[in-house]
Ligand binder design. Structure first.
Ligand code: NAD
Length: 332
């Protein structure tokens, strides 16, 4: 049993990671800036702390007495959020920097950092037919403005803390993660959850239209949360010292993703394209040679299968919320 700190634990990925670590019998300290009521998942068996990890003293409180750190805290969201909140995204640099300093001073054994495919050079993502981004494609650097540069800088910070102070740091570059207990409304949601929500709402309202950001031809790959959690743990305890892709290589266009969700819902919608909406790079996919070489594994849960579970969960949330509102109106 290890004593493990998970940051960003009130959010999507870290919430799942905490559950998994608890199942495995570890002692977990879960930390997030959000009040506990707002956490997406909460475990009774973890120590749950509300701390703003941009502040150095809070990072000391977070890691004190523990052996390992998984840092998944960041001020982030889908394209709609990161294109319009570049400064907020860059300020997350304080979280990783102060956590590294506190980890060095508390002689932490292992430190994991969640980087992103947004570190990759934009010039290598101008075509929908992306052959897959190799780890070396992050340089020469031309990362996603704001969010991507913060991730690239923090990756290097991990590297230098490893080289100069001997902390065992591990870095994974996540490619779009999706699944239950993630953000699906409010402006921070990513394409899979946003499309599920739009399709469900259109079905409920009877207004059989969907607005798609961009022309729908842009391509991405999407990794189901279970693959992500397995990858995070396998990378953490591997001997992979350089940043490595953690993503699916099942590339689809956004139109194809809508096809999948319509198929799950059992109806078709009229598509409207908003060409002025934030849309990100033209084509992106994960090239998985390195992870296969190191781990003999790569994320492989089929998109259709993961989307069905995600769709069902989002539908349940929306229906429950609507029922609650109806009851409140009735009781007035
Ligand atoms: P999320 O927004 O659901 O979770 C991040 C959590 O960090 C949130 O609960 C937030 O409250 C917390 N946080 C923000 N600022 C904080 C602070 N100052 N102190 C403490 N906690 C703070 O996001 P997620 O999808 O779970 O992402 C987790 C990590 O993975 C992030 O670092 C993100 O950049 C990275 N990532 C995610 C994806 C994806 O597709 N979800 C892709 C690439 C990288």
């Amino acid at each position: 049993m290890k004593k493990i700190v998970v940051t960003g634990a009130g959010g999507f990925i870290a919430g799942h990671l905490v559950k998994q670590l608890i199942r495995q019998g570890h002692s977990v300290r879960a930390v997030d800036i959000k009040q506990l009521d707002d956490w997406y998942q909460i475990s009774d068996e973890s120590e749950n702390l509300t701390l703003d990890l941009r502040l150095r003293e809070n990072c000391y409180k977070a890691v004190n007495g523990f052996n390992e750190v998984f840092n998944l805290a960041a001020d982030m969201g889908g394209m709609g959020f990161i294109e319009n909140n570049k400064a907020a995204c860059m300020i997350s640099v304080l979280i990783n920097t102060h956590l590294l300093i506190a980890s060095r001073d508390n002689v932490i054994d292992r430190f994991f950092y969640s980087s992103s495919a947004c570190v990759y050079n934009g010039d290598k993502q101008t075509d929908t037919d992306n052959p897959g981004l190799k780890e070396s494609d992050a340089y020469p650097a031309l990362a996603e403005d704001g969010y991507g540069w913060e991730k690239l800088f923090s990756e290097r910070m991990c590297r230098h803390f490893r080289e100069d102070f001997g902390i065992t740091t591990r870095v994974a570059r996540f490619h779009n993660v999706y699944g239950p207990y993630g953000t699906y409304d409010g402006g921070r949601e990513k394409a899979p959850a946003a499309i599920c929500r739009k399709v469900i709402e259109a079905g409920i309202s009877g207004n059989k239209e969907i607005v798609i950001w961009g022309d729908g031809l842009q391509t991405r790959s999407f990794m189901y949360i279970e693959d992500c959690i397995k990858g995070i743990q396998d990378i953490m305890y591997s001997n992979i010292t350089e940043p490595i892709n953690l993503g699916s290589s099942e590339m689809v266009s956004i139109n194809e993703l809508v096809d999948i969700v319509e198929d799950i819902a059992g109806y078709k919608l009229e598509r409207k394209y908003d060409l002025n909406a934030p849309k990100g790079v033209r084509g992106r996919n994960s090239e998985n040679t390195l992870i296969r070489q190191y781990l003999g594994w790569e994320p492989s849960i089929p998109l259709r299968k993961g989307m069905k579970k995600t769709y069902d969960w989002i539908r349940e949330q929306i229906v429950t919320e609507q029922d609650k509102k109806k009851k409140e109106r009735f009781n007035k």
